[in-house]
Design a protein around this ligand. Structure first.
Ligand code: FAD
Length: 521
């Protein structure tokens, strides 16, 4: 009713030639079927929420927000837009944990995906009937709007769990599968997009399609890592393995980059999924000799000697290594950890260990979130840079970026992650782009800014890093990329661009979906 009233009002204003430009934007929704119109909200608070994200840097106001109560609502909205000579854009929005407006739609319609959960009647996460003792055939069907934390809880209570995670679990399944979904398990199990058996997708023409590697495979490959460009993921079928119950969680500190990276690469060379001797998780963290050095993981008595190591070296490099276990493997886990660690060359005595539950480990970032929220430091601007760096150039990257730019400047990254993964765990048919080397590193420069000036300073630093890579011929690929010109997008996709563009023409010919990525609109 509100939409129709506003539309009529604006149309009247238009007739009287006042504010015509704005009312023109309202015109397309004029003839919206009433069943859909009642689910579109123009509540100022809801519009405001949909015009921001975790980045708090870019703001784009949608015309309306769809609060869907069924998958059909989403399909009907997309079909309706397609039926217009001048279609409006539509953006599925998961938890909006993007940082550069990727889930926004200026003057279009944002679809609040998480709303769907309330209408699933418990069918949002359904574990297959299978033998938990030999879980090869076990899988879970998950709504695209579901959060990974809920997937974790629903599966572990049956003794099962997905194989590949992100560091933070309050993200939607549809949101991470639209990017890649990476973490310390990627070297062994591949990114989350490599761990999908089947998808339900509503294409950019509003068609409901079930797809997999065998059926409608082109849509399947397009959507995974597809930045929301080809369809809305409404269900994903994910393979499950046995869920461990506990984790040995280690941090090993290095004062030398080459030794650190050699050890990381050694650890990820044991990457057979079934190799019980392999590490279950490998990441890397850089500690800079700057204010705000977070040493909360480490025992308080050890913090002074860690701090002096960082002060002495300027940068300390930390391998984060995890080995899972349960009651069946408890008796051998210490020996397995010893076997992994004895091959490594960290600074003697700089090994620190925690023993936590599997869920505590996987949900570790949420603990930090609660601390930051309590200090008012969670909802701040996040000028992040995520990228993949080919292994052959990481030494130049360390000299030029870590030592040459970040260490020298008066800016402290909240967190800096740097860890390797294996190319053969990714599927090149999917839309995600990675460097063309067997091993590449992921850089996550996770900045938190105190205000606009600091945002600008971090953005300038990011540009400097990208410029350095460009000038030095380091063929990086950005991850969670945003805010690019069309030319930069073409460069980003490289040899995959033509395929990406052809797929867009096939599945979303009117270029309706996920305009916030800024690729086609
Ligand atoms: P949104 O931001 O809501 O959407 C992202 C994009 O996907 C948009 O273009 C949107 O239109 C589209 N989209 C959303 N839902 C769907 C759907 N159902 N179907 C099709 N398209 C859809 N990423 C990692 O890989 N590894 C990490 O460890 C990691 N850690 C993070 C930690 C934090 C604290 C934060 C804030 C982000 C992290 N991310 C990580 C990034 C995260 O994976 C992406 O930002 C992801 O998009 C977030 O999911 P979302 O539900 O918030 O998606």
């Amino acid at each position: 009713y509100a939409i129709f009233s506003i539309s009529i009002l604006m149309a009247m204003l238009c007739l009287s030639k006042i504010k015509c430009e704005k009312s023109h934007k309202l015109q397309p929704l004029f003839s919206l079927p009433e069943t859909l119109a009642s689910k579109l909200s123009r509540d100022p608070q809801i519009l405001l929420e949909a015009s921001t994200d975790y980045g708090h840097i870019i703001h784009k106001s949608p015309y309306a927000v769809l609060e869907p109560s069924s998958i059909d609502d989403i399909a009907n909205l997309i079909k309706f837009s397609n039926s217009l000579s001048n279609p409006f854009t539509i953006s599925p929005r998961g938890k909006a944990h993007s940082v550069l407006g990727q889930a926004m739609a200026q003057n279009g319609v944002v679809v609040n995906m998480t709303q769907l959960n309330g209408f699933r009647n418990g069918s949002g996460i359904v574990v297959s009937n299978c033998d938990v003792k030999s879980p090869l055939d076990c899988y879970v069907d998950v709504g695209g709007e579901q959060l990974w934390i809920d997937v974790l809880h629903a599966t572990t209570k049956l003794g099962l769990a997905p194989l590949s995670w992100t560091d933070y679990l309050y993200l939607t399944v549809g949101g991470t599968l639209s990017n890649a979904g990476i973490s310390g398990q990627t070297f062994r199990f591949g990114p989350q997009i490599s761990n999908v058996l089947e998808l339900d997708v509503i294409t950019g023409e509003g068609e409901f399609v079930t797809c997999s590697r065998e059926n409608n495979s082109e849509l399947f490959y397009s959507v995974l890592g597809g930045l929301g460009q080809f369809g809305v993921i409404t269900r994903a079928r994910l393979p499950l393995g046995p869920s461990p119950t506990r984790a040995k969680w280690l941090r090993l500190i290095y004062d030398n980059f080459s030794i650190f990276s050699a050890d990381q690469e050694h650890l990820i060379s044991f990457n057979n999924k079934n190799d019980t001797n392999a590490a279950d998780y490998v990441e890397g963290i850089l500690l800079f000799n700057k204010p705000l050095l977070d040493l909360s993981f480490y025992p308080t008595p050890d913090q002074p000697r860690i701090k002096s190591l960082v002060t002495k070296c300027g940068i300390a490099y930390v391998i984060e290594l995890v080995k899972y276990y349960d009651t069946n493997t408890q008796s051998r886990v210490d020996e397995e950890v010893d076997n992994l660690v004895k091959e490594l060359n960290f600074v003697p005595t700089f090994m620190f260990e925690k023993d936590v539950t599997y869920e505590e480990f996987l949900d570790r970032v949420h603990v930090e979130e609660l601390v930051l929220r309590s200090k008012g430091l969670w909802e701040v601007p996040h000028p992040w840079l995520n990228m993949f760096v080919p292994k052959s150039r990481i030494s130049d990257f360390n000299e030029g970026v870590f030592k040459g730019i970040i260490l020298k400047q008066n800016l402290t990254p909240a967190i800096l992650l740097f860890y390797p993964m294996n190319q053969n765990k990714w599927d090149d048919k999917m839309s995600a782009v990675i460097p063309n080397e067997d091993v590449f590193y992921t850089l996550s420069l996770l900045n938190a800014a105190s205000g606009l000036d600091e945002v600008k300073a971090f953005e300038a630093q990011i540009q400097q890093i990208l410029q350095f890579c460009n000038d030095s011929g380091i063929e990086i690929r950005q991850y969670l990329i945003g805010n690019k010109t069309p030319q930069q997008w073409i460069q980003h996709f490289g040899t995959k661009w033509q395929l990406f563009e052809d797929r867009k023409a096939k599945f979303d010919p009117k270029r309706i979906l996920s305009p916030g990525q800024g690729i086609f609109q």
